[in-house]
Design a protein around this ligand. Structure first.
Ligand code: GDP
Ligand code: MN
Length: 349
């Protein structure tokens, strides 16, 4: 058959489940991971096609889909058709998407009402809070992720502007990286008022978890007294699952969870992951993917470097790059790490 010929000549193979497996070369133990609802299917489908065209058709990495409800047959059919690696579908266990017993639900309802009046984005949403708590402390505990060392988080409706012509997971491993980001920015203060004081208490109780070469200067401008709200935007993450599985990270998450701020405030998974990365990792383990063109409403990262733009066939307008905008935290990241900013960054600041 044509399929057999394709396999013979391309060196690809089809497993007995009909799933395509990688052509050649050693892949990392890595997967894409997406939390989504069934109604996100078609926003996600175009993103998956984009990720495949820009990157994954060369590597055929797997894709894990998670949902607090059961995925529909349509969801599984459409997504499995688009992904070149194996697709896996998991349901979030109830305990990972509900109120822990120590949470006072009346108190939680009061904050939602208050945040609604103050027009805080997602301030009155219960599901958004479960989502943030899940992405902070549970997605990596799902059994479907047990097979992997690395993850790349993808959300519906995001877009990649440039070809990614190398294996980013291999890059992470070979360069000793544990956490990779594209966009960084400042969090809405109203959503995390007690996150830093809680973090300070945690640091005092567990000083052994703080890395000696940490990146406190990225998240605090006064040596740790206050949080400057800088965080890595977690809708894109390429990271080490071992980092999230670490004793330090899980002690931190459990401490935050006990404090209740996922429900009494509206703590996001982005500041939680970012603060943890900045405190528990060696600063050299955190990587800015300056060559990955990326969009999540309302911001784009668009590489300024002409060689990167040419080699990656980037389709974005560098004048719309958010990375070097005054509200971004990238400039701080480069400054505190003594890194060279790209030609032309000042025109965007
Ligand atoms: P935003 O980026 O902060 O505006 O939040 P999103 O609406 O994009 O949600 C973040 C991620 O969680 C996306 O991948 C969503 O598909 C997913 N998500 C958000 N809420 C829910 C939910 O109630 N159930 C499920 N299964 N996924 C959700
Ligand atoms: Mn989103």
């Amino acid at each position: 058959t044509l399929l057999t010929l394709y396999i013979l000549y391309s060196g690809a193979s089809v497993s007995n489940t009909g799933v395509r497996v990688a052509k050649s070369g050693k892949r990392e133990k890595a997967t894409f991971v997406t939390l989504a609802r069934n109604q996100d299917l078609y926003s996600l489908a175009s993103t998956i096609k984009n990720v495949e065209d820009r990157f994954n058709h060369q590597y055929n990495y797997d894709w894990v889909f998670l949902n607090d409800a059961d995925f529909t047959e349509e969801f599984k059919e459409v997504t499995s058709r688009l992904v070149s690696g194996t697709t896996k579908y998991g349901k979030v266990p109830k305990e990972h998407w509900s109120y822990p017993e120590w949470i006072d639900q009346n108190k939680a309802a009061e904050t939602r009402q208050k945040m609604k009046e103050e027009k805080v984005i997602y301030g009155d949403s219960v599901s958004y809070r479960h989502m943030c708590r899940f992405e902070s402390g549970f997605f990596y505990k799902h059994p479907l992720l047990d097979d992997y060392d690395w993850y790349w988080r993808v959300e519906p409706d995001v877009k990649f502007h440039c070809d990614i012509n190398y294996d980013v997971f291999r890059f992470m491993r070979e360069n000793g990286k544990k956490y990779g980001f594209t966009i960084s920015l400042r969090e809405y203060d109203a959503t995390i008022r007690t996150l830093w004081p809680t973090t300070v208490k945690f640091m005092n109780d567990h000083p052994q978890f703080i890395h000696e070469n940490n990146m406190m200067d990225f998240i605090s401008d006064d040596g740790g007294l206050s949080y400057n709200l800088c965080h890595f935007w977690s809708n894109f993450e390429i990271g080490s699952l071992d980092f999230l599985r670490s004793h330090a990270y899980n002690s931190y998450f459990d401490y935050l969870d006990k404090a209740g701020g996922f429900f009494y405030e509206r703590w996001g998974d982005a500041p939680v992951h970012s603060i943890a990365a900045a405190l528990f990792l060696d600063r050299n383990e955190i990587h800015h993917f300056s060559d990955i063109g990326y969009y999540h409403i309302p911001f784009s990262a668009c590489p300024l470097d002409p060689v990167t733009r040419f080699e990656g066939k980037c389709s974005c307008n560098p004048k719309q790059d958010f990375t070097w905008n005054g509200y971004s935290c990238a400039s701080k990241f480069y400054t505190v790490n003594n890194m060279k900013k790209p030609e032309g960054w000042q025109e965007l600041a």
